[in-house]
Design a protein around this ligand. Structure first.
Ligand code: SF4
Ligand code: SF4
Length: 385
């Protein structure tokens, strides 16, 4: 099928029904430094140093030109995330982008910056963030240690008050999840066991509040349920030496602040924290973003190259969705291999586990295979079919 041209002269993208998520990492910097931040594959409290502001990310207009190639679908919002996406483009970019996008949008923010700017950004475009969905579109994360460092012991109440301010932007802020455009989410990190009760008290009757599974290693134990054994802790906890290969494909579009599209979170975070895409990005701009044509010249020597660029006139989703070999198995980020619902709530309703990536031909050594099949007491599950 030949897709129509968009108003920017780029061809609309053909989107397979299996596309489950569009995540745009608008801005990788953050005003917090959470020890468990999943942007840092080692979760080693060094997030603040990992993602400097390059100052040359795609502009809101360029992002909109790329993202508006994706035909809007009521059940597939574009999720703006980071880092902290409200800081994008000097904290002015989010509003501009919301005004240009044709899609419904989900927003993942921490609301640590004064809420006035966010209210100002959202208010003229609030219809982008309101939709009939079973969960809030603006998901505000609660980070007890970092937020208490800034706001003191009143941090839970302060965050609730900031969420309530979003009503001034025209969003619905109600206690029930189904009725509210705004919700508070806490990573169920074992290091702050009192946080859930504190936030539950503060949010009661005001804003929906939920826990999110902690993904990672704490005190030698792996937390989270993963479809593929040792996918996240092969090196960090098991201490394996060597590499394990497989074939892997994604069901998501993950787009970095430069507009590159990646096959998984690990590849994206590694590229952003190593700064290795700054020079290819600078050169690609001079080539009118024709990534497919110049891929070899730009990324020939890179082991983990992007799958495409959202402004490349020849970009297709097929380029991202094909199975490709990978030698980095075991470094996978939990959000790619954890068992979860897809956008149709497949796990809850049909008992069909969904993962963001699909892995096959996994070359796991026999001793690890046996250990996985036995189900390891430290939290690693059995191999699933
Ligand atoms: S607020 Fe989110 S992105 Fe920022 S450091 Fe904490 S977990 Fe990471
Ligand atoms: S196997 Fe893991 S590291 Fe390799 S592409 Fe898949 S998710 Fe990424």
């Amino acid at each position: 099928m030949v897709m129509p041209m968009t108003s920017n002269g780029l061809r609309a993208l053909e989107i397979p029904d299996s596309l489950n998520y569009v995540g745009v990492f608008l801005y990788m910097g953050c005003n917090l430094n959470c020890s468990y931040c999943i942007n840092d594959p080692d979760q080693a409290s060094r997030r603040g140093d990992l993602f400097p502001n390059h100052g040359s990310y795609l502009s809101p207009e360029e992002f909109a030109a790329g993202l508006n190639r994706i035909p809007p679908r009521s059940d597939l919002p574009i999720t703006l995330q980071g880092g902290e996406p409200s800081l994008y483009h000097g904290s002015k970019g989010l509003g501009t982008l919301l005004g240009l996008l044709h899609h419904k949008v989900d927003l993942l923010v921490n609301m640590v910056s004064k809420p006035d700017k966010l209210v100002e950004s959202i208010a003229p475009h609030k219809d982008r963030l309101t939709r009939d969905a079973p969960y809030p579109s603006v998901r505000v994360s609660y980070h007890p240690d970092e937020m208490k460092r800034i706001w003191g012991e009143d941090a839970p109440n302060e965050l609730v008050r900031r969420c309530q301010r979003l009503a001034d932007a025209g969003l619905s802020v109600r206690p029930e999840k189904r009725d509210s455009d705004v919700g508070i989410y806490l990573v169920d990190y074992p290091g702050h066991p009192e946080a859930e009760a504190e936030m539950a008290r503060a949010a009661k009757g005001k804003v929906p509040f939920e826990k999110k599974e902690f993904l990672g290693v704490y005190d030698g134990r792996l937390y989270g349920s993963y479809l593929y054994p040792f996918s996240t802790d092969l090196y960090s906890r098991i201490g394996y030496e060597g590499s394990i290969s497989c074939e892997c494909r994604t069901t998501e579009l993950l787009i970095d602040p430069f507009g590159f599209v990646w096959r998984c979170h690990y590849f994206l975070y590694q590229a952003m924290s190593s700064n290795r895409m700054i020079e290819p990005y600078r050169r690609l701009r001079e080539m009118d973003f024709r990534f497919s044509e110049h891929r070899a010249a730009l990324c020939g020597a890179l082991e983990q190259a992007p799958s495409g660029h959202i402004l490349d006139p020849d970009f297709t989703v097929d380029q991202v969705f094909a199975f490709q070999p990978c030698d980095s198995y075991g470094h996978c980020i939990g959000c790619d291999t954890k068992i979860k619902n897809n956008r149709h709530q497949s796990l809850y309703d049909l008992n069909i586990p969904h993962t963001s990536v699909i892995i096959r031909n996994l070359q796991l050594p026999d001793f690890l295979m046996r250990r996985a099949e036995a189900g390891h007491p430290d939290g690693e599950g059995k191999i699933h079919d």
